[in-house]
Design a protein around this ligand. Structure first.
Ligand SMILES: Nc1ncnc2c1ncn2[C@@H]1O[C@H](COP(=O)(O)OP(=O)(O)OP(=O)(O)O)[C@@H](O)[C@H]1O
Ligand SMILES: [Mg+2]
Length: 410
């Protein structure tokens, strides 16, 4: 199958590959999923290339087996605290004869907007246009064809530490696959879980993973803020392990089975069994005692996100509220905890996939891999469309350039 693409989520706790294609009804159809534990990452960043490559091989081979086809290249996600998002503006004069805005002017103004100083150890991952202004008219989404003398663009620029990007690329190369593109994880995940009307109304998507919590804010259809925090579900598990003096594996199991992020919704009479360390007999504790350990950590994560929201300056206008995704949000009480901290409506974001193995990839754990697949397929469609329209001459087919061009209209 030459029309399939692969979304590859190299997460802190697991590596997940999702294979799919765009079917005749224009739906993304998932045909293969593979998951392997990640052993070479810390807080979303590759710290061991060999181990990361081994997880990639395992996940992709499993997905290939299920899909019954072989793949060569992947769309991979990147996250980590090294990722920074910032807003920028660019202005150009519309100097062609008719003073009409064409794709050339759009490209010029986007280029002007990305003229921020990027330190030598960082690189630009995405330049996402939010809106354009033509002369004094603001809030224009697609100015092509309009007349004016001054074109202004507002963009959100995502940059990453070059070392982290290189280590991710090296891991993929070592696994024997090619990387079609690297995409900021939150941006890809938003493809899989958010609806267009939420993006228009204003929404924050929070991906609580194992080692990171990723935040992305959409307003009026565009990205207006993004950030990555180095905290996630692993911290909750560690707290349980220390607090209950039980091995990490047992703490992880207890958390998944009986954890609740809010103490006062837990039945006060319920108790659970906790394995002890050093060959001692297991003990019974009240479920509420477990939540006494979990709640403060979950609250801390949410409060850290809340501080980012305040920084974004958009907190008060996010009419579509909060969408939680990532494995860390599966726990009972997560919605209640988030509602208390953010004071906004909260929902859990699952993958919007409607065709193929949708039940296999619905869980918030797989939204990143699915989002990467959807993003990749969209990008491919765009590239095909562009080449059909014979516009390659002005848009060099070099990945990055094409990608940015594509994102202007995403
Ligand atoms: N049922 C559950 N209840 C509570 N927590 C859960 C549940 N299922 C998974 N988790 C937690 O979700 C986390 C993993 O989530 P996810 O797979 O989204 O992370 P990741 O992508 O590997 O990491 P990151 O995005 O931080 O790099 C783990 O900490 C795990 O304990
Ligand atoms: Mg993740």
């Amino acid at each position: 199958m030459d029309n399939v693409a692969v979304g590859l989520d190299i997460g802190t706790t697991k590596t997940c590959a999702v294979i799919g294609f765009m079917n005749e009804n224009n739906q993304v159809e998932v045909v293969g999923v593979g998951v392997a534990p990640s052993k070479g990452l810390k807080n979303g960043v590759v710290v061991n290339i060999d181990n990361t490559a081994a997880s990639i091989v395992k996940a992709i081979e499993e997905a290939e087996l299920m899909a019954g086809c072989e793949v060569t290249d992947v769309y991979a996600g990147i996250t980590g605290q090294h990722i920074k998002g910032e807003n920028s503006r660019g202005v150009v004069a519309v100097s062609n004869r008719g003073r009409t805005i064409t794709p050339t002017e759009i490209r010029r103004v986007i280029e002007a907007a990305q003229a921020i100083v990027v330190p030598v150890d960082r690189e630009i991952l995405h330049v996402l246009s939010k809106e354009f202004s033509v002369d004094d008219q603001t809030g224009i989404k697609d100015p092509i064809g309009m007349n004016g003398v001054r074109l202004e663009a507002e963009v959100h620029i995502v940059t990453a530490a070059t070392n982290s990007t290189q280590n991710l690329l090296k891991s993929i190369a070592k696994s024997g696959f090619q990387c079609s593109d690297i995409i900021f994880s939150s941006l890809a995940t938003s493809e899989a879980v958010l609806n267009q009307d939420e993006k228009e109304l204003g929404v924050v998507m929070i991906d609580i993973g194992g080692g990171t919590t990723d935040i992305i804010v959409f307003f009026e259809g565009g990205v207006s803020y993004s950030a990555v925090l180095g905290i996630g579900g692993i911290h909750v598990t560690n707290d349980i392990s220390i607090g209950l003096r039980t091995p990490i594996e047992a703490a992880e199991m207890i958390k998944k089975k009986d954890g609740c992020a809010v103490i006062d919704i837990v039945d006060a009479s319920e108790s659970i069994e906790v394995p002890s360390v050093g060959g001692r007999a297991p003990r019974r504790i009240f479920k509420q005692e477990l939540s006494q350990i979990i709640e403060p950590r979950m609250m801390e994560i949410m409060e850290m996100v809340d501080r980012e929201l305040l920084k974004s300056g958009r907190k008060d206008v996010l009419a579509a509220g909060v969408v939680l995704t990532g494995g860390g949000c599966i726990m009972d009480g997560c919605i209640e905890a988030a509602e208390r901290v953010f004071n906004m409506p909260v929902r859990i974001g699952e993958s919007k996939i409607t065709a193929g193995l949708r039940d296999k990839v619905k869980s918030p754990i797989y939204t990143n891999a699915v989002g990467l697949l959807m993003y990749g397929l969209k990008m491919r469609e765009f590239q095909k469309g562009k080449s059909k329209a014979g516009r390659e001459s002005s848009i060099t087919s070099i990945g990055k350039r094409l990608k940015r061009w594509f994102e202007e209209y995403l």
